[in-house]
Design a protein around this ligand. Structure first.
Ligand SMILES: [Zn+2]
Length: 51
C-alpha cells in the first residue's frame, strides 16, 4: 500500500519509471516524486484502534 508523503492520501499511483525508479503522483494534492510512504498493513481510516 502506498501513501502520499505530503497529504497522506492513498490516491497515489505511479506515472513513470526510469533509471532512478518510479515516479508517483498523488491525485489529491498533486504531489509528484519518487518518495512515497509504503505500508504493509492496512490502517483504519477513522479508527480509535490506535494503541
Ligand atoms: Zn498528496
Amino acid at each position: 500500500m502506498l501513501r502520499c508523503p505530503k497529504c497522506g492520501s492513498r490516491e497515489i499511483y505511479p506515472v513513470a519509471g526510469g533509471y532512478t525508479g518510479w515516479i508517483y503522483r498523488c491525485k489529491k494534492c498533486g504531489y509528484q516524486g519518487a518518495l512515497v510512504l509504503e505500508y504493509d498493513e492496512e490502517e483504519p481510516e477513522s479508527g480509535d484502534r490506535r494503541q
